[in-house]
Design a protein around this ligand. Structure first.
Ligand code: ZN
Length: 314
């Protein structure tokens, strides 16, 4: 069985303070908070989903803000850098916007593309690249004009402790196309227009450690529920140990750890974030899965109040 993922479905990271997390990703980067829920495995912690106007696969950045958690260290076995893509001609706008909010950014070039690299308040490594491809976001916030808004993920930079095996997995199991090698990087591409460019280090990177300021896992796209079952069989036949299929309310998921230490998930495109909230209201209510509805009062009491708000210039 040969299968091809089209690209990234979502990326999930740890944060420290929930309000600071909202202030950065909604307030500065202008993403839409499309779902405010809890960690389904630890309901005392929020789970925030950010994305374009409806949180399309390929645009979804999610966080567990764990205020008592420890700081992580970015390194091998993680997504090292999360890449956002903006419309062509937006580079100067974003450089100025980041500076305006006191975020230090530096320019770098990979595979002939110019990247603006910076960190969020927890130290999570991010970058912005301009590309023509990818549908423009229809969500505008905090004074970001629609024609400058982040479209979604450009892709991700993986830090592998076993790069040859990670590269082989991406090509032969995940079905991405190897399109180049330059210096320390090998580049892979999927057929989606967002979340489709993956760079992997050539030399092994020393293990990082999990905690706030690091990515927990990267999820790849499955078209639908039937495709997802095929993916599970395919991953198992390829020598990995996927979890059973888990209902994550907005998608079904399987997880497995690849040889380079990175936690991979495969997630279904459907049903998406309008499953339990109207498009106009996305992100405004605290949504709980059925198993926690009976505990709503105590869960709400334990969570700090947060709001999506415009940021003041520092
Ligand atoms: Zn996930």
């Amino acid at each position: 069985m040969s299968k091809q993922t089209t690209g990234i479905h979502h990326i999930t990271a740890f944060a420290k303070n929930p309000q600071e997390n909202l202030d950065f990703y909604a307030g500065i980067l202008g993403l839409r908070l499309v779902k405010k829920t809890v960690n389904f495995d630890a309901p005392e912690v929020y789970h925030f989903y950010f994305g374009n106007e409806n949180g399309s696969p390929g645009t979804i950045m999610t966080f567990f803000p764990w205020s008592t958690g420890r700081k992580g260290r970015i390194g091998g076995g993680q997504v090292g850098i999360t890449t956002f893509v903006v419309p062509s001609g937006s580079f100067a706008f974003w450089l100025e916007r980041l500076q305006k909010f006191g975020v230090t950014a530096k320019e770098t070039v990979r595979f002939g593309e110019r990247y603006l690299q910076f960190s969020d308040h927890d130290g999570l490594a991010l970058e912005i690249v301009e590309r023509e491809e990818g549908t423009a976001s229809e969500w505008s916030f905090g004074g970001i004009p629609l024609e400058r808004a982040i479209k979604g993920f450009g892709g991700a930079v993986l830090y592998s402790t076993a790069p040859a095996q990670t590269a082989s997995l991406l090509e032969t199991v995940m079905g991405l196309e190897k399109i180049g090698q330059e210096g320390d990087w090998v580049r892979f591409k999927g057929s989606a227009e967002l979340g489709n460019v993956i760079d992997v280090n050539v030399a092994p990177v020393e293990h990082g450690s999990g905690g706030y300021g690091t990515v927990h896992h990267i999820a790849w796209r499955a078209n639908d529920f039937d495709d997802h079952q095929e993916w599970r069989a395919h991953v198992a036949q390829s020598g990995y140990q996927p979890t059973p299929i888990i209902d994550r309310q907005y998608f079904n998921a399987i997880y497995f750890r690849e040889a380079g230490g990175i936690l991979f998930e495969i997630a279904t495109d459907p049903p998406g974030f309008t499953r339990d909230e109207a498009f106009e209201e996305l992100g405004t209510n605290l949504l709980l899965p059925a198993q926690y509805e009976g505990h709503r009062a105590e869960i709400e009491k334990g969570l700090p109040p947060v709001q999506v708000r415009e940021r003041e210039v520092e």
